[in-house]
Design a protein around this ligand. Structure first.
Ligand code: ADP
Ligand code: MG
Length: 255
């Protein structure tokens, strides 16, 4: 079966997607990037284990993401911004503002009705406003990332976390725990803090409706709720937000 592959080698997770000539998704895989391990090879192996396509039937591969230069099997490398825009425009064509919350970076991208990039802003200098912030806080609270949104939905009030800096916010969370604040309320405060940081970046590029959240950050319903509060507009989340960049890369390969 002829197919095209997009691989998004992020700092935190490596995602790959296979599409047919028409851009329909045939298979996908997500693996942790990890230090010193060949996440690209693991992701591709997992992908081929999950659909009928054979490696020799691959008609094109595009790599994107932070580690895109590392993957030997790519025909071409394309920036994450272009790939997120391509992938999201395919799934939610009415969206004009894309917010990508990854493991170590945060981007806001404005696209036009054709899906072309008009403007973008990025923070990749610190963990504030990224998925890493959530990971660090989960470790401190001894809960799983996948449980955070559920805690948030049970919060009675937002426990204010005033430091945006991850290192200071971590100490602040530890002291809130010691003061006896409920985990639910602390989680709501964590989402509120990261949403404040994200909305600052988004407001810099100017918000244009519709707005969507992609990247692993999109897996957090609690973050979506907090962002909607801060930005003041409804936020859409594609069904599988984390693979949007890889999908865009695969679609560009098929083009
Ligand atoms: N099950 C989950 N629930 C909530 N958040 C998650 C989950 N899995 C991953 N994440 C978040 O996604 C982030 C990674 O997102 P991703 O877009 O893959 O990053 P990158 O492209 O930078 O590697 C993690 O830092 C984490 O915060
Ligand atoms: Mg990414």
């Amino acid at each position: 079966m002829e197919h095209y592959i997009g691989i998004d080698i992020g700092s935190t997770a490596t995602k790959c997607v296979a599409v047919d000539r028409g851009g329909n998704v045939l298979a996908q895989a997500v693996v942790p990037s990890g230090a010193g391990t060949r996440a690209d090879v693991r992701a591709i192996d997992l992908l081929y284990g999950s659909f009928a396509g054979k490696r020799e039937e691959c008609a094109g591969t595009i790599a994107t993401g932070y580690g895109r230069m590392l993957y030997a099997g790519a025909d071409k490398q394309i920036s994450e911004i272009t790939c997120h825009a391509k992938g999201l425009h395919r799934i939610l064509p009415e969206v004009r503002t894309i917010i990508d919350v990854g493991g170590q970076d945060l981007k806001a991208i404005i696209i036009d009705e054709m899906g072309m990039i008009e403007q973008f802003a990025m923070n990749d200098k610190c963990a504030a406003g990224t998925g890493r912030f959530l990971e660090v806080m989960c470790r401190v609270m001894n809960i799983e990332l996948s449980e955070m949104s559920e805690y948030d939905s049970r919060a009675r009030e937002i426990c204010q976390i005033s430091n945006t800096c991850t290192v200071f916010a971590e100490s602040e969370v530890i002291s809130k725990l010691a003061q006896g604040y409920a985990i639910e309320d602390i989680v709501a405060g964590i989402y509120d803090s990261i949403a404040r940081k994200i909305s600052g970046l988004v407001k810099r590029v100017g918000i244009r409706r519709e707005v969507a959240l992609t990247g692993g950050g999109g897996l957090n319903e609690g973050l979506v709720r907090a962002l909607e509060r801060h930005i003041g507009v409804n936020i859409q989340v594609p069904p599988q937000p984390q693979i949007i960049g890889a999908l865009g890369a695969a679609l560009l390969a098929a083009d």
